[in-house]
Design a protein around this ligand. Structure first.
Ligand code: NCD
Length: 307
């Protein structure tokens, strides 16, 4: 395949920028790969190189992008900022150009600054995939959440979904909200006012501070990690207080619909946002979400590479 030019390259920067048709097409392609345990025999990305550049810690996202690239037959270049010249002060632009010069056909970027992938996408002629930028978006996480729900409920339209916890700091919540909203789900955001400002209602969601009052109506309950590293000052006076108001424990699970789906993007703080028994309950889909992450990233890399 000819290298894509700047005019026709496809970046994935946010779910907010995609419409329902584009999101559904990616989910349909990902569904073809879900559950795959072996590389694609035809190796459609053979001869292509995927660079995975992470300026922030990651387990699931970086490993699953690498796995997805391997399944498609691509070569993988791995870049982790603590081990690179970024430590010596090299800029994102120069690092991106270096990675492109070495022969990458697409860059997967995780960065602590919201907007960094969009900036890199403007600078480079190769596609950029956002693997999480600050508090902004994490579009492939949003897609894997949608795929996991769709597999089990056969639809997104008309579902009631609660996204619970540290919403203000969560790029996972922003991407999930954008995707769910576009595909017709009714989203309720739940959390303490310190972690869920009323302004989130402008994004098309219902804002609730009383978890117990909304839990019984939900088809899906998506729990967020309390992002201690992003919380400036005290958002709650003790972990016990947070658990009392917002953890999903056995008592709250008993109020949920019997066929409720429990989701968590990982990494989880066991005993904080999810009690240990709920984390291990069969209705908790955290591991299925991780597995779907590989399928979704195969679809996204395939689209970016034009294969
Ligand atoms: C999340 C992230 O880094 O945005 N993890 C992930 O990618 N699955 C969520 C988090 O850190 O809480």
């Amino acid at each position: 395949m000819l290298k894509q030019t700047i005019d026709d390259k496809w970046d994935l920067l946010s779910l907010d920028a995609l419409d329902a048709t584009a999101i559904t097409a990616l989910l349909d392609e990902a569904a073809r790969h879900a559950g795959r345990r072996a590389p694609l025999p035809e190796q459609p990305a053979a001869g292509h190189t995927v660079a995975v550049a992470f300026y922030e810690a990651s387990t699931r996202t970086s490993l699953s992008f690498e796995r997805a690239a391997q399944r498609l037959g691509a070569d993988v270049l791995h870049f982790a900022s603590p081990a690179s010249s970024a430590k010596k002060g090299e800029s994102l632009l120069d690092t991106g150009r270096t990675i492109a010069s070495i022969g990458a056909d697409v860059i997967v970027l995780r960065h602590p600054s919201a907007g960094a992938p969009a900036q890199l996408a403007r600078w480079l002629e190769i596609p950029v995939i956002n693997a999480g930028d600050g508090r902004h978006e994490h579009p492939t996480q949003g897609l894997l959440d949608l795929l996991t729900i769709r597999q089990r409920k056969s639809r997104i339209d008309g579902l009631r979904v609660a996204i619970v916890g540290d919403v203000v700091n969560s790029r996972v919540a922003r991407s999930a909200l954008a995707g769910l909203h576009k595909l017709g789900a009714a989203v309720t955001l739940v959390g303490p006012p310190t972690l869920l400002p009323e302004s989130f209602a402008a994004l098309g969601a219902t804002v609730a501070h009383d978890f117990d009052a909304v839990i019984a109506d939900q088809d899906v309950v998506m729990m967020l990690r309390v992002q201690h590293e992003r919380i400036a000052g005290k958002a709650f006076s003790s972990v016990d207080e947070y658990v009392y108001g917002y953890a999903l424990d056995a008592r709250r699970l008993a109020i949920c619909k019997r066929d409720v789906l429990i989701m968590h993007p990982g990494p989880m703080n066991r005993g904080v946002e999810l009690s240990v028994e709920v984390a291990d309950d069969a209705r908790c889909l955290a591991r299925a979400q991780v597995a779907n992450g590989v399928a979704v990233r195969m679809a996204v890399l395939g689209r970016a590479l034009g294969i």
